[in-house]
Design a binder for this molecule. Structure first.
Ligand code: PBG
Length: 323
């Protein structure tokens, strides 16, 4: 036998030497939730260890995470039900919780990168990512709301916006709107291949943003499709996206890899709320080793080709001693 692959696995030192991928806190982007009020944080039941913070505590949390080496974040708002309406007007109201929080974070921590969310669902009384009329999601009318939202976020200090809505043509529309408003250096991380997934449940608990009727299948992608992800990615690239995202991550590693082979843009993978909840729930029952399962899943996303991993595990990873 000339070839014995086990030789390269025989000691920890050799295994480290031949390791093809290595996780670093620099690969990770930490999604955070902000809510109204002061001096309060509430844990999200279906995401143990993850909290909604009032803006004052959000700043403290970012400071703590920054000290652990996390330099990239995303922010999502929990909007009070009475502020929601069918046109998501709260999403671009000056003085809103979210715009104020963006301003507070970006002025306090100019060195971090913070992805701000552009989609109607946190503010929509219908719980959808677009304007609803007679049960249908209107595409082009929604683009106007998204553009107002993106420009308002840029004015508040955002340097990177993340359209998570899946309307057609939104990357180009937002690019043009940002440029026209003088924000040509504000980037776009496009949720390019965003699937209609069962793994978003805990996130919708966190924001209380679940659709009030129906599902999101007329805009989010069918899990059966991969060539369609290429088509979405090509369009977003042509429309001026700076990053392409695949979401969820774990059940879509093939899509991450496919996009990696077909674009030179950086690829982001969103290790979503349900993927986090699965690991946490099984670990809490003693059925799997939660820390090992976390490391193995994050590594798989990197191996598949993700350059950025959005994950609720970011802080936990950053706190690990092994690094
Ligand atoms: C909606 C949005 C969702 C997530 C981020 N933005 C859920 C949805 O499409 O309903 C999910 C993120 C997660 O599950 O962690 N614009």
């Amino acid at each position: 036998m000339l070839n014995r692959p086990r030789r390269n696995r025989s000691t920890a030192a050799i295994r480290t030497m031949v390791e093809e991928n290595r996780l670093s806190v620099k690969d990770l982007l930490f999604p955070l939730f902000v809510m109204d009020g002061t001096a309060t944080k509430t844990e999200i039941k279906s995401m143990p260890g993850i909290y909604r913070y009032t803006t004052d505590l959000l700043l403290k949390e970012i400071e703590e995470c920054l000290n652990l080496g996390i330099t990239s974040y995303a922010l999502f708002p929990q909007v009070a039900e009475e502020r929601k309406d069918s046109l998501a007007t709260e999403s671009h109201r000056q003085g809103s919780l979210y715009l104020e929080a963006i301003h507070a974070v970006t002025s306090r921590f100019p060195e971090i990168s913070m992805l701000t969310d552009v989609a109607m669902d946190p503010y929509s009384s219908d719980g959808h990512d677009g304007i609803v009329k007679n049960g249908e999601i209107l595409n082009d009318e929604t683009l106007e709301v998204l553009a107002k939202m993106a420009v308002a976020q840029a004015q508040a200090g955002s340097k990177l916006i993340g359209p998570s809505d899946m309307m057609d043509g939104r990357v180009g529309y937002l690019r043009e709107s940002l440029d026209d408003a003088g924000f040509k250096n504000v980037g776009i991380m496009a949720y390019s291949a965003k699937y209609a997934s069962a793994f978003y449940g805990p996130f919708r608990d966190a924001l209380e943003s679940a659709p009030k009727f129906g599902d999101k299948k007329t805009y989010q992608m069918n899990p059966a499709n991969s060539r369609e992800a290429l088509r979405e990615a090509e369009l977003d690239e042509l429309e001026g996206a700076d990053f392409l995202m695949v979401k969820p991550a774990l059940a879509y590693l093939d899509i991450i890899s496919l996009l990696r082979d077909n674009t030179n843009l950086p690829i982001a993978a969103y290790n979503v709320s349900g993927e986090y909840a699965m690991v946490k729930a099984a670990a809490a029952n003693g059925w799997i080793d939660g820390e090992k399962a976390m490391l193995e899943s994050l590594l798989s996303m990197k191996r598949a080709g993700a350059q950025v991993i959005l994950t609720y595990f970011a802080k936990e990873f950053a706190q690990l001693k092994i690094k």
